[in-house]
Design a protein around this ligand. Structure first.
Ligand SMILES: Cc1cc2nc3c(=O)[nH]c(=O)nc-3n(C[C@H](O)[C@H](O)[C@H](O)COP(=O)(O)OP(=O)(O)OC[C@H]3O[C@@H](n4cnc5c(N)ncnc54)[C@H](O)[C@@H]3O)c2cc1C
Length: 397
């Protein structure tokens, strides 16, 4: 007999949505998360000290009403806890603050636009597709920087068919939203109820196949289960499956990480002349983007998270860069928080890779979920979890 019907490894949005589905199905479900806190890239930092009660996002900042596979898992009560984000503009920073439109190259954009109607995205990367449909000059001057800001990594080679996929919207819900205390609240909400058991601070080290199921090892502890879902980054899944699933390991090793170094600062509202904004796209800067907390206004503070390109600046240089950007002395930064995240650097043609992995998973009681399948957004993660969960439900129990 197995201790659990399902064990989920990884407590980011992919694992939490999978575990909730398992518990709703009536499966004895356990989720194991390496970190002390759940959420992974749902990494809102809640401040203690001078900025007590304030929070900033260190990774994901916006969720949308198009994230159907996530929203369908929430009760009416939970949906009522979603907080609309205030609508504010994104700007461009190339040494000066400018509007997004000022950075488009209109003479090349207008003749290119009709190609939007008949240029397929499949097999093309963002550079190839958007240079065709928006013009090379607009791609170079704005879009490549905007995509890098959205994806928190250099985006030229990212698959065009994985960004802005058409999805239906829940018109009864705010178009974009967060939660009280930031998106980490989403992880906390997904962890509540439904009966799934959750342990944090447990890094799974090894996985063994045992007849019809699996045995997991962490230090001196072991667990057995009938079904297993790995909701960890691709390179971590490759490590855990090494030995038992060599073909899957080989495929997973093809996904490489892209790092982003995020540093958030809190400043007193009255110190800043900067107009309210949703965020800033960095053009040829040390940062991909600056994400502002202005969309969830606060009486005392404003917060800004700078998503820096990796390996360029020391912590001191980043703080100096931020203070210069905000036009404030360093001493006026009330509090700071930081995190390094790793996202998959996907390449054009990625959906063929997904098909190969799905082919290897067919008939197995092993699910692979995460942000390296249908796209990196929270909604893409929830969609992959749903598809894998339905596959496990459909396969012989
Ligand atoms: C800077 C940045 C900004 C972003 N902005 C947005 C946004 O605005 N909107 C949006 O939709 N998406 C955004 N994203 C993307 C999105 O947040 C992530 O792709 C998504 O949250 C990933 O979820 P996940 O559960 O697949 O992986 P993760 O969040 O990485 O979670 C994986 C979890 O597995 C755990 N783990 C790893 N190894 C083990 C192990 N051996 N044992 C146990 N646990 C383990 C990790 O600790 C982690 O908690 C952003 C991402 C970044 C980095």
């Amino acid at each position: 007999m197995f201790e659990y019907d399902l064990i989920v490894v990884g407590g980011g949005v992919s694992g939490l949505t999978f575990a909730r589905r398992g518990a709703i199905q009536g499966w004895r479900t356990l989720l194991l998360e390496a970190d002390k806190r759940l959420g992974g890239c749902l990494a809102s930092h809640r401040y203690n000290g001078p900025a007590e009660g304030y929070w900033t996002e260190l990774a994901a900042h916006t969720a949308y009403n198009s994230y159907g596979a996530l929203l369908e898992l929430l009760s009416g009560n939970e949906l009522g806890r979603l907080q609309p984000r205030q609508k504010l503009p994104w700007r461009v920073w190339d040494g000066r603050l400018k509007s997004v439109f000022a950075h488009l190259h209109w003479p090349s954009l207008i003749p290119a636009l009709p190609r939007l109607l008949f240029t397929p995205k499949v097999g093309l990367n963002l550079r190839e597709y958007y240079a065709q449909v928006m013009g090379q000059r607009s791609y170079d001057s704005l879009l490549r920087h905007a995509f890098a800001a959205v994806l928190a990594q250099p985006a030229d080679n990212f698959p065009a068919d994985l960004l802005f996929r058409k999805k239906s919207r829940r018109k009864d819900l705010p178009r974009s939203y967060t939660l009280k205390g930031g998106l980490r609240g989403l992880a906390e909400m997904l962890a509540e109820g439904a009966g799934q058991k959750i342990e944090t601070g447990v890094a799974v080290e090894r996985i063994e196949r045992t007849g019809e199921g699996f045995r997991l090892h962490a230090g001196t502890r072991q667990w057995t289960c009938r079904r297993l879902a790995l909701a960890v980054p691709a390179w971590e899944a490759a490590r855990l499956l090494d030995g038992e699933f060599p073909d899957l390991t080989h495929h997973l090793e093809q996904i490489h990480p892209a790092e982003v170094e995020s540093l958030a600062v809190v400043v007193r509202k009255e110190r800043l002349a900067l107009p309210e904004l949703a965020g800033v796209i960095g053009v040829d800067q040390d940062f991909y983007s600056v994400v502002s907390r202005d969309v969830v206004p606060d009486e005392r503070f404003r917060g800004f998270t700078f998503h820096f390109r990796p390996g360029r600046l020391s912590r001191e240089e980043k703080l100096a860069c931020i203070a210069t950007w905000l036009d404030l002395p360093l001493g006026h930064l009330v509090q700071t928080a930081e995190r390094t995240s790793r996202l998959p650097a996907l390449q054009a043609g990625h959906l063929a890779w997904v098909s190969e992995v799905d082919h290897l998973l067919a008939g197995e009681q092993l699910a692979l979920v995460g942000n390296y399948f249908y796209g990196v957004s929270i909604g893409d993660c929830a969609e992959r979890s749903k598809a894998e969960f339905e596959r496990l439900c459909g396969s012989a129990a």
